[in-house]
Design a protein. Structure first.
Lengths: 104, 359
């Protein structure tokens, strides 16, 4: 049986697991106090962005617009897969936030 | 200490600051600031705090702020947003400061205000809620609120300019607004629809010094003057080389003097007419015009000057400054009689404003 890459569906309201988020250098230049590699708890991409914003107020507005959605020229990869805000994030996930080539 | 002029320049790749000596020479250039973001407008308030509004394709809109003449900057976009499901704001295009309050015009067109020095912003919903809103259509560069003209004394009164929508006015602090475009033209409509209530493409608005109800307007289709706060406009384009241009700058003291930079036309390249640069000056409220060319290139000049890229200082004689699409900054220190290029090779210049220091 092929290894299922999908995050397991959540059927409870427990807090998200610990994940690692890697931020791009160009975003750190806007938030000089931020770290490149951030550990936080989140169950969804949306919660993950909230977690970043709680630490560095204003960061959410740089990653997401008011639709609400991840900004058009920003990509959030969770364990190698490009995601949207509602996507689940499994405990232990590696998350990379990239500025897209299209925005350059 | 003598008063010195500082030029605040917004460009496609960041904000720049130029500081002159008391003679308005020996300009020292610093920048680019704001992480080389596209910066559409840079202004200063009465306390000398500098604000730069722009938008980045990755990270969206923000207003940048410096309290130390550009040495360090912070940025904020808190509250610079419409509601869910509405097209998000992509950029800040205009800024204005009045009595401790800041205003920001954005794309898609709307107005925001801040009472805490740009840290947080509140949407001025009255303008967005105007009954005409559903019919606003974007101009060539987008649906942009690019001009904010606060009344200097009466905080309830303000005019804004929106590309391809027109001039709107509030007399009650932004609760309600009305279009003020009577007499301005839309050439791109059937003949019997050329003077609509709204939909004209205002490019810039200048307020006459000491006469807040005297407004000048450079439109996509013509140049105009109003003596009643924009309720009615009269054409002042006779004598100018075209009806198309972007910036306008009022004299600091003389209500009858205005500076414009007409371009050759909107469909023939949008550069200075015949490849010869001139700033056009009126001394009588637009009845007569004079081309001021000394020191400006008179052949093979194919640049334009954008809607916020010309300004005057408050010294005597008045200084006038403009920035071009090819990244050159020009200055006159004698009311426009003579011009000098004071900087070159800047990124495309979006805006030029002045501030005074050391007074």
């Amino acid at each position: 049986m092929a290894n299922d890459q999908s995050p397991l569906p959540r059927n409870d309201a427990a807090a998200g697991g610990a994940v690692t988020v890697h931020l791009p250098a160009v975003l750190i230049r806007l938030f000089p106090a931020a770290e490149r590699d951030v550990g936080l708890n989140a169950a969804t991409v949306d919660e993950l962005v909230d977690g970043l914003d709680a630490r560095w107020p204003g960061m959410r507005d740089c990653i997401c617009d008011s639709t609400p959605a991840i900004r058009r020229h920003i990509n959030v990869f969770v364990d190698g897969r490009r995601t949207v805000l509602d996507d689940l994030v499994a405990p232990g996930a590696e998350v990379y936030i990239f500025t897209a080539m299209s925005g350059g | 200490m003598s008063e010195r002029v500082v030029l605040l320049v917004g460009t496609k790749k960041g904000a720049f600051i130029f500081e002159g000596n008391p003679e308005r020479g020996a300009w020292k250039e610093r920048g680019p600031f704001c992480e080389t973001w596209p910066i559409n407008h840079v202004v200063a308030d009465d306390a000398g705090t500098i604000y730069a509004g722009g938008g980045n394709a990755w990270f969206g809109p923000a207003v940048w702020k410096s309290t130390d003449m550009g040495e360090t900057w912070t940025h904020s976009s808190a509250g610079l947003a419409y509601g869910e499901g509405v097209e998000p704001i992509s950029s800040v295009w205009s800024l204005a400061a009045r009595n401790g309050r800041l205003y920001a015009g954005v794309q898609p067109a709307g107005l925001f205000e801040s009472e805490d020095g740009g840290e947080t912003w509140r949407h001025v919903e009255g303008l967005t809620n105007h009954p005409t809103r559903a019919e606003w259509t974007p101009g060539g560069a987008g649906l942009i609120l690019h001009a904010i003209i606060p009344h200097p004394q009466d905080e309830r009164r303000m005019w804004v300019g929106i590309s391809s929508v027109g001039v709107f006015y509030t007399g009650d602090g932004g609760e309600t607004w009305e279009p003020r475009n009577r007499g301005t033209r839309n050439d791109y409509a059937p003949e019997d629809q050329r003077y609509p209530e709204f939909g004209q493409c205002v490019h810039s608005i200048a307020m006459a010094p000491g006469m807040p109800d005297r407004l000048y307007q450079q439109n996509h289709c013509g140049m105009y003057r109003s003596d009643d706060g924009g309720q009615t406009w009269q054409s002042i384009e006779k004598g100018l080389p075209s009806t198309f241009g972007f910036p306008s700058a009022a004299h600091p003291r003389d209500a009858e003097t205005l500076y414009l930079m007409p371009l050759n036309g909107d469909q023939v390249g949008r550069y200075v007419p015949d490849g010869k640069a001139a700033v056009w000056r009126t001394r009588d409220g637009g009845v007569h015009w004079q081309a001021m060319r000394a020191g400006l290139p008179q052949e093979n000049a194919y640049f334009g000057v954008l809607r916020q890229a010309m300004a005057t200082d408050r010294l005597d004689p008045a200084g006038i400054y403009f920035g071009t699409s090819d990244g050159t900054l020009y200055a006159s220190t004698d009311e426009g009689e003579h011009w000098t290029a004071i900087a070159a090779h800047l990124p495309l210049i979006h805006s030029v404003e002045t501030m005074a220091v050391g007074a």
